[in-house]
Design a protein around this ligand. Structure first.
Ligand code: SF4
Length: 305
């Protein structure tokens, strides 16, 4: 279960841990191979056969997602694997989680075109902040990252959800937010998702931002860009139950309008205790916002409107 994509089959295309960046918040810890060169890594046939075996059982999936312990576009077989999935299992939707660094390469952009959704990251839009947060391989320029994403937007008709990871005191200044807003205007994503630390990252000094601060950032950016924004940071805050419920209702709305789910599904997906989920579901049912249907796997909730 993925909060952003529903039931997602993660396909890890690179060994631990190949990436052109070494982000201070990376949940897979420090990058050991700070590279931009693409490689085969694993024979494409092996990946294709393994995917074929699994998909032949017709599993229910919302997405097949290229992600994992590094940057998936570093795998030079990406295009071949995407082509195989789109030609053999066209009913499955493909998602690509990427840092976007290689999108200045037209070949990489062309390989990503058949994906249904691409989720790049942009945590800073000035070189100094890019270097502090993402610690790129020497020579990488944030403007090339932004320009690559703008080129991709011009070529691609699928969805782009841009993630911005916030760190207090580093990328939350007015100057940086203005630069990020300018980049967003150029990239024209379909959605901007504001995130903050969830699990321990590569560096212990990176801490989660408060919900209040994330809301301020969201308001600031909303006034500057013509793109929907949402906060996707998990709800482990201690700044009052009202905010928690408000954000939880928002998350439940986003999830249940996409697919009916049980309270257990929602608890696992959102990483929120089932008692908290059940309390809000009860209220939403009383308010006639959700419907309830008992099936063999349990009680399923759906968003009505
Ligand atoms: S781009 Fe992703 S995988 Fe690479 S260091 Fe940053 S968070 Fe980790």
């Amino acid at each position: 279960m993925s909060r952003r994509l529903g039931i997602s089959l993660g396909v890890d295309l690179v060994p631990y841990k190949y990436c052109p960046l070494n982000c201070v918040y990376c949940e897979v810890q420090s990058t050991t191979n700070l590279v931009t060169e693409r490689e085969v890594f694993f024979p494409a046939d092996e990946i294709i056969n393994e995917l074929g075996d699994f998909l032949a059982t017709s599993p229910h999936l919302d997405y097949i997602t290229f992600s994992g312990a590094g940057e998936p576009t570093l795998n030079s077989s990406l295009g071949e694997i995407v082509h195989y999935l789109k030609s053999t299992y066209s009913t499955y939707k493909l998602a690509l989680l990427t840092n976007g660094i290689l999108f200045d390469n037209p070949k990489v952009r062309a390989e990503a075109l058949p994906c249904d959704i691409v989720l790049p990251s942009l945590d800073g839009a000035t070189q100094s902040v890019f270097e502090r947060i993402n610690r790129p391989r020497a020579g990488l320029k944030v403007q090339d990252l932004i320009d690559g994403l703008i080129c991709f937007r011009n070529e691609y008709s699928g969805k782009i959800w841009l993630e911005v990871f916030m760190i207090a005191g580093i990328n939350d200044s007015q100057t940086e937010l203005d630069a990020i807003a300018t980049a967003i205007e150029g990239i024209k994503p379909d959605l901007v998702q504001i995130n903050s630390l969830d699990r321990p990252g590569a560096e212990a000094w990176v801490k989660p931002m408060s919900l209040a601060a994330l809301k301020q950032i969201k308001s600031y950016l909303t006034a500057r860009v013509n793109v929907p924004l949402e906060i996707i940071a998990k709800l482990k805050y201690n700044d009052g139950g009202t905010h928690l419920d408000e954000e939880l209702i928002h998350l439940l709305h986003n999830t249940l309008k996409r697919r009916p789910s049980t309270a257990e599904d929602l608890s696992a997906m959102l990483d929120i205790h089932i008692n908290e989920i059940s309390k809000v579901l009860r209220q939403l049912h009383l308010d006639k916002q959700i419907s309830v249907k008992r099936e063999t796997r349990g009680v399923f909730y759906s968003w009505i409107h």
